[in-house]
Design a protein around this ligand. Structure first.
Ligand SMILES: [Zn+2]
Length: 178
């Protein structure tokens, strides 16, 4: 039921929260996941799975596509800066974690920082409004990594499975409760 790439070896024992980078879409001045309509009304989210194909308390499941997704590295600044409604940011993730070629899936995630748009217009005001509501910081793209490292650890490249040709984005299907 899943076309996610196979993992190599068991998941590492991750004790500290790990850093991930994501993008969101601005919908009604709220952050929304890109590939479903999950609203991030709070900084912290816990994933759940309604596939009924594995134990509901094991999220993300290795063979399923559930969990909260993030990339290992920041999204290119141009991926969101040039748009009216995409916002990039950093999260820390913990609980069950599955590692893939370009990113990871986790049980829990908390926003650390959102990236400030280059423009001074309404998108910037909305991002500042959201970071204020969520109690997180808004930072320039170049500061995203250093701010994230104050609250989590990056997944070492030696732990990352090899990249696969298919982007994992194509199989992003998950649901969340806040
Ligand atoms: Zn699942």
């Amino acid at each position: 039921m899943s076309d996610l790439p196979e993992l190599i070896g068991p998941a590492p024992d991750l004790i500290d929260p790990v850093i991930g980078y994501r993008q969101w879409r601005l919908v009604d001045r709220t952050l929304s996941s890109l590939f479903n309509d999950t609203r991030w009304a709070r900084a912290r989210l816990t994933a759940h799975c309604d596939s009924r194909e594995h134990h509901p308390e094991v999220v993300p499941d290795h063979a399923c596509s559930c969990g909260i997704y993030a990339y290992y590295d920041p999204c290119p600044r141009t991926a969101s800066a040039a748009t009216r409604d995409l916002v990039a940011g950093a999260v820390v993730m913990w609980g069950h974690v599955e590692l893939h070629g370009t990113g990871l899936r986790a049980e829990h995630a908390q926003i650390v920082a959102l990236e400030l748009p280059l423009s001074l217009g309404s998108k910037r005001r909305t991002v500042l409004e959201i970071t204020d509501q969520l109690g997180v910081v808004a930072v320039a793209h170049r500061r995203l990594r250093s701010v994230a490292r104050q609250q989590g650890v990056p997944i070492d490249s030696s732990l990352r499975p090899p990249r696969v040709r298919e982007p994992i984005v194509g199989s992003w299907r998950w649901s969340l409760v806040s």
